[in-house]
Ligand binder design. Sequence first.
Ligand code: PRX
Length: 653
Amino acid sequence: MSQKNIESHLVEKRVFKPSKDFSKKARIGSLAEYKTLWEESIKKPDKFWAREAAELVWQQKWTKVLEWKEPFAKWFVGGKLNVSENCLDRHLGTPRQNKAAILWEGEPGEKRALTYQQLHREVCKFANVLKSHHVKKGERVIIYMPMVPEASIAMLACARIGATHSVVFGGFSAEAIRDRIADSQATVVITADGGYRRGSVVGLKKNVDDALKGGDPSVPRVRSVIVFQRTGQPVQMEPNRDHWWHEEMAKADGNCPAIPLDSEHPLFILYTSGSTGQPKGILHTTGGYLMGAYITCKYVFDMRDEDVYWCTADIGWVTGHSYMVYGPLANGATTLMYEGAPNWPENDRFWKIIEDYRVTIFYTAPTAIRSFIRWGDQWVKKHDLSSLRLLGSVGEPINPEAWMWYHHTIGGGRCPIVDTWWQTETGAIMITPLPGATPTRPGSATLPFFGVDAAIVDEAGNEVGPNVSGKLVIRKPWPSMLRNIHGDRARYRKTYWSEVKGCYFAGDGARRDKDGNFWIVGRIDDVLNVAGHRIGTSELEGALVSHPVVAEAAVVGRPDELKGQAVVCFVTLKQDVTATDQLRDDLKKHVRHVIGPVATPDEIRFADALPKTRSGKIMRRLLKQVACGAVVTGDTTTLEDLSILAKLAGKED
Ligand code: PRX
């Protein structure tokens, strides 16, 4: 976050109270009510969670709410349930069965609606397809799909038979898919021929083919690839391995009971960047995760049967999992899914969708909001957005200017904004206003959700006072917390539970004002947040040095008005290699190829050497300052060669 934004945070004094009308109808209608429930959730968690969990469908009730052997938690111990049953079967035989579960619009404009009954049938059929490909309980299945209902169907079908899904974002490369298959040891891949993005066709199957090309012994043999036909583009189908979705579905039976699964059965693994080179497989389990997704939709979005709810996240990110699929469906809501870009064919596509479907709850990211601001109000004004009643923000700190624009221009001044702080690891929203209860402040995620014991601590791990910045930690386990990094308990303990004694450390810096509101500053580890996407600097550096001409690379973030952070790479080249603009482009392309388009560097600066301490550590703090064009300040006494700094300051032309 830029210095200007931090400053505007510190002076931000505006407070927006929920309207009387909103509070009257909301589940939690006052701050006092929130506080009472929050106290209960912290002091008597067993009582609080037992009451909330009773709203889920259990095939066998749990015997104990929590078993905590730090840092390993088990929630709803002994309970058996099925997430797919909770999202689908429970609504059948009720007035919800014929309402839309999923409303979908493709980028070229096609529209589809699936009722709960229809979605249930599709999921049962696809679960039978998986069974016919011998997918067993606990086996890992990779899902690499565009934003089509079949992606949700595939996830729910896995959940129905106890297979553990791992969704890979469609913007990731073949190499990223291969790494994830290798780490998760997945044996089945579900994909599509392609998808639409900004008017062009993205080839997904081709990336899967490249990922599965033989040779790498760490990649297990994938026995089946199931291909949904979305675009009709030509693809190669490998005999015996590749199968068309529609042909398999035509053979499948529509009955498939949801099997009882242990509360702690692995529901999914989702890979995310950390401060080391290798993405981490964040493991979420069944009972606690569903509880978190369900209860946050219920209270934070105050979801109702009449709502048309739209979360604009991609299904490949955790927001898509919890707030496009599992949370809304467990609440019996109507969830809208849009395949493509917000500016296709024109800059008003989102506003047109809100008008067409009478969307009531809209959940998006600050980076998108900043783009909308840049595109101009005229695009918004063309549409009737009066159906909206609640707005949400997620993914990065929202600057007060963007918050105010969202409030006035999109929300017409009448919609509460829930700025929701959470992470892939937390599974569900952790710090957030409750729309009928919490006075909101532009730029603050406000107060902890039920069961969340959040605090700001200093380097020594002691809680700091009001308005002092520090590390954001969570002091107690919560139901939807990650259970492990797939296959690596030691790394899990070290990454999350060793930095601050007895606490989960989130990687973010924040401060709390005198009223207890949290103001998130952003990552304080080596992770960038580029347009709401989490990218590890060491992953980027690894990608750069995998290019044959690169000797060394260091990557830092630079504040960017639109994307939050931009990727700036400092690169030294091997001897006798000449730095050219062509090489700069080649390196950008190379990173795109290795990680995916989301990681494309914004700037590459060639250098003769990188600034290092005498012990050989790259001085990132200095590089950040250089990247921002700031005068380098602070301690440079350990710097090996001060003249390097002057050379690095030369920008990419
Ligand atoms: O830095 C925080 C930022 O996004 C990070 C988590 O990224 P990811 O696991 O990809 O999940 C994104 C969607 C939940 C956090 O460590 N972040 C997320 N939401 C907010 C935020 N920063 C400030 N305010 C938020 N509302």
